[in-house]
Design a protein around this ligand. Sequence first.
Ligand SMILES: [Zn+2]
Length: 536
Amino acid sequence: MSSSKTSNHVTLFDTTLRDGGQTKGVNYTLDDKCRIAAALDAAGLDYIEAGWPGASPTDTAFFTEPPPLTHSKLTAFGMTCKAGKKPQDDPLLRKVLHNAAPVACLFGKTWDRHAEVALGVSLKENLALIHQTVAYGKTQKEELLFDAEHFFDGFKHNPDYALACLKTAADAGADWLVLCDTNGGTLPHDITTIVKTVRKHLPSAWLGIHAHNDSDVAVANSLMAVQAGCRMVQGTMLGLGERCGNANLLSVAAALRYKMGFSTSLTEEALRDMTRLSGWLAQLTGQSLPSTAPYVGQAAFAHKGGVHVSAVEKDSTLYEHLDPALFGNKRQIPVSNQAGLSNLRQALAALGLSATGKEETLRQLLETVKKRELKGYTFDKAPESFAVLLATRLDEAFQPFTLTSHDIRIDGEHVGDNGDHDECAAKVRVLCHGKMAVARTVKTGPVDALDEAMRKALTPTYPELETVELIDFNSDLVDKTAATGAKTRVYITSRRRKDGKLIQTMGVSTNIVRASLEALADSYKYTILMEKGLVR
Ligand SMILES: [Zn+2]
């Protein structure tokens, strides 16, 4: 703990594994929890709240044999003891307090209506529950945090009672009082006023903030709380969490360090790893990382408008609030209908390609890009297809191979619910440096069969293709009004195993198989160009 409540250090409390586990669609296995805990620990976060022992078999198992942590304090989550029971006799509370975690974070009711309606106890009884639970918890754990549930709503309805709950927890020995905006309905100006009032009433307490994003201001609320005197922020990676999520801890830490002059346990080095970590975590949790995610999204530093691009070429700070490299992200200059030759030059430079003395080629290339965009290509979603197009059109010698023909036969049997059976036979012909390679495979799906046939044909010449794997495939229609006759866009994401680098490619055709094949071919071409050091 830092030496002063007004110091410029803010403690980071990560609840990706607890509140983040309450995200719709996220279901951690025990192995997921261990891997995520190890990654958060490596990032250096102060606390990792990993779950509620006793509330689910996975959490109980995790706390029975938690993974070893180097930097972070493992924290168990739970609530005040049941009314009518002594804390030491409450079986659920015992599970929270009797385990290997050195810290417990216990929540209690601080909104009078919640105590009376949800818990069904008198206001006085609720204070007694808080006092007994915190006092007993302190005898069992090295450190005890009190999460003041619904504190801001409670304060708005009955400020004296909400403050009395905090004071009770502080008197019983809580190390931190964490003010929770549990329903996420509070706005930044109210956060400032209320936190300042709490500071006035409890000047010696260590205060934290736990904000939810229902009003889309969880990060702003957390920052305002720090400015008003809180020195702990609770939040999650990717902003995961119940309903609309918790405060995104990365966004909070970035703003604290680079904009507000505070230090946190996420060092400059840890922040530089955040684009990788966010991508990894999004994939593990089955969440797609929005391209617009601040700091770490693919579009976070993408410049599309021609005016923006020509200004960024002169001075990147004209259209960037921070340097993308601070987060391990990259500046992107997607070439689009809106922009011209300067986007193209920037894109080539980013790939390490030079177009000096190739003005005519460059103009033709721009026309090709525009024509493709008219056909339905969206290169900002498939940057590696764009890279392949640029490299191979700029210099024919960069072309790793040409696909000359393909054949796919699907033999399907319909046997109802007992399991359909399809046999897809694929054959491809590929021209590699003047030599024709032919490969055939049979699989149950057409894309899988083509993928394997292409790899079979290409790996004798390009063994580096073994280093990537296909991880995602999706499609949409270019012109939805044309229904089944519409052109289909196929997007493929592959990943390089050694560093997790994602390769996003696409194809467009009225034939979904051809579109898939085009996207697959681009992913192989990019891999070959990258592994040979021809593009960055
Ligand atoms: Zn919460």
